[in-house]
Design a protein around this ligand. Structure first.
Ligand SMILES: [Zn+2]
Length: 59
């Protein structure tokens, strides 16, 4: 099951939508900012289908 969530780019501050598979446990993904195209690392903690925490950092 995929859920969309919004993260803020650590470089330019723009909001980006990322898709999260909430069946998975904690995951890490690298996505490019829609605006400045720089890669950011998104770490997501999931428990029982709910996003517990979401952390974005410069890759
Ligand atoms: Zn950006």
């Amino acid at each position: 099951m995929i859920e969309e969530t919004t993260v803020q780019c650590p470089y330019c501050g723009s909001s980006n939508v990322v898709e999260v598979d909430i069946r998975a446990n904690s995951q890490r993904t690298v996505t490019d900012c829609d605006v400045c195209c720089r890669p950011m690392e998104v770490r997501i903690e999931i428990k029982d289908g709910e996003i517990l925490s979401l952390d974005v950092s410069a890759d």
